[in-house]
Design a protein around this ligand. Structure first.
Ligand SMILES: *Cc1c(COP(=O)(O)O)cnc(C)c1O
Length: 480
């Protein structure tokens, strides 16, 4: 019976302790005056710092109320100020941050696909920092067209009659289907109903566009006769989609683009080719069709991504017959999908490199990465390993690997590569991977066979100093 009052006394004592602890939490203003916040005040807005100090104090209060043990030091202005500073800095830091791509995948969609060429970066910087003739004809002193900047150049480089640039290839597909085949049937092989990265699925894009999907053939075999049998007065266009991220092998058959073009001509229908990756040159060992192949086959419209094998900014490029491109330009969605001056600047500089294939291969990072010979990568992997091995606690060695292209390009293509395998004493491969990934400069490598590999194909030579610094920080156990 006596247990109840005892319990109450116990509870009372606990509340006394809690109240006493609560009183120890310094006032917000007092924390804000702390010397350790002097410098950070110049950079971080007052309201954010205030928010952070309150958040740290609130957290302390919550811990006290829960009866968690709170060490004496946690109540000091210095401790609260330090925590608030870290919190505010974290919130104020950019969310979009540079990453060292050590995965060996040049067109890594999660890592932003193609890094831009020096010329493209300069063009973006210039377009960003001043006014420009985006929609202004300087010669005539009157309103101009934003399409003009790229159209002439793309026509010259590709040999197409006309060109139009939109936000990405998904937008290009939607615009093309809507403008040329809305309310009419669009014939496509069952083997080409692709999904690109989750949200882009041909049947769904088709539905959005208002074109009516007509599937012909089977998953593995579609003949020209299958297409021919489904053409009628409701047909709007014939679509061929490059199965850019998978291959159908074995007992297969497909109608070639040339055959479809002939059929389209007979029936008076446009033939549209969704190529996906915008490969402009012959690249050894890649085995991807390129833009010229599409035009040579006679497709009325060819579309491709600016940030896949073209190596430029995110964009979708439509090229082909003038009448069709004009229809798309006038279609209302073209306004919704139009690109801004930064994209135009980057894409113009990227395309300009293609006047000469050799120049493009030299200047465009993605092309350079794809073509670096395995021997060169192995040499760099060895040099990096030697350098990293000088850091106390680090063991590194060069290993031979295989790389993929990424970005849903060249499925099944493997490029001979080389990596530096790194180990840090006392850390598992997974722990090291996490430390590097979450460090001040994020390094994303890959784990294979229980080892952390840093793939040289995608590490820019000028990033190697910084990379070595990141490994040193990880080895010294510095906090991220
Ligand atoms: C990548 C791809 C797309 C989508 O292109 P985004 O530029 O990523 O929007 C569409 N079709 C094909 C065949 C592709 O390979």
């Amino acid at each position: 019976m006596g247990s109840i009052p005892t319990y109450s006394r116990h509870e009372e004592r606990r509340n006394d302790v809690k109240n006493e602890q609560m009183r120890k939490i310094p006032k917000v203003d007092e924390v804000l005056q702390h010397v350790s916040l002097e410098q950070v005040k110049a950079e971080i807005p007052h309201s954010l710092l205030l928010f952070a100090v309150r958040a740290v104090a609130d957290d302390l209060r919550a811990r006290i109320l829960k009866g968690e043990p709170v060490p004496e030091g946690a109540f000091g202005c210095d401790s609260i100020a330090a925590k608030a500073k870290a919190l505010a800095e974290k919130e104020f830091a950019a969310s979009l941050r540079p990453v060292i791509n050590a995965t060996g995948v040049p067109l890594h969609t999660n890592l932003g696909r193609a890094p831009l060429s020096a010329a493209a970066r300069q063009a973006v910087d210039q377009a960003a920092s001043s006014y420009c003739n985006l929609e202004y004809d300087i010669e005539r002193g009157e309103r101009g067209s934003r399409h003009a900047h790229l159209e002439y150049l793309i026509r010259r480089i590709t040999g197409a009659e006309a060109a139009l640039v939109v936000n990405n290839n998904a937008a290009a597909t939607l615009l093309c289907l809507a403008a040329l085949s809305r309310g009419r049937e669009c014939v496509i092989s069952r083997g080409e109903l692709v999904e690109i990265g989750g949200s882009f699925r041909i049947p769904e894009i088709m539905a959005e566009s208002g074109a009516i999907l007509v599937e012909v053939g089977t998953t593995n075999k579609t003949r020209l006769s299958d297409y021919r049998a489904r053409l009628n007065e409701e047909t709007g266009l014939i679509l061929k989609v490059h199965t850019s991220n998978y291959r159908i092998t074995g007992f297969t058959e497909e109608a070639s683009l040339e055959e479809l073009v002939r059929l389209g001509r007979e029936a008076g229908l446009p033939v549209v080719y969704d190529l996906g990756s915008g490969l402009m040159t012959e690249l050894k060992g890649i085995g991807e069709p390129n833009v010229a192949d599409g035009l040579r086959a006679g497709a009325d419209v060819v579309m491709f991504s600016g940030d896949k094998l073209l190596g430029g900014p995110q964009s979708g490029i439509l090229i082909g017959k003038k009448a069709y491109i004009a229809k798309m330009k006038q279609y209302p969605l073209a306004r919704a999908f139009r690109v801004d001056k930064l994209t135009i600047a980057a894409l113009e500089a990227t395309f300009r490199a293609y006047y000469e294939d050799a120049r493009a291969c030299r200047e465009i990072p993605v092309l350079r990465m794809l073509q670096t010979p395995a021997e060169e990568l192995l040499l760099r992997a060895g040099a990096l390993a030697a350098r990293l091995s000088e850091i106390p606690g680090v063991k590194a060695e060069a290993v031979v690997t295989e790389n993929e292209i990424g970005g849903g390009s060249g499925p099944g293509v493997s490029l001979p590569g080389a990596a530096t395998a790194v180990r840090v004493g006392g850390l598992t491969a997974n722990a090291l991977e996490k430390k590097l990934r979450t460090g001040e400069r994020s390094v994303v490598g890959r784990i294979a066979g229980g080892k952390l590999l840093l793939e040289l194909r995608t590490i820019l030579p000028e990033e190697e100093d910084l990379l070595a610094e990141c490994v040193r920080n990880a080895a010294e156990g510095k906090e991220a």
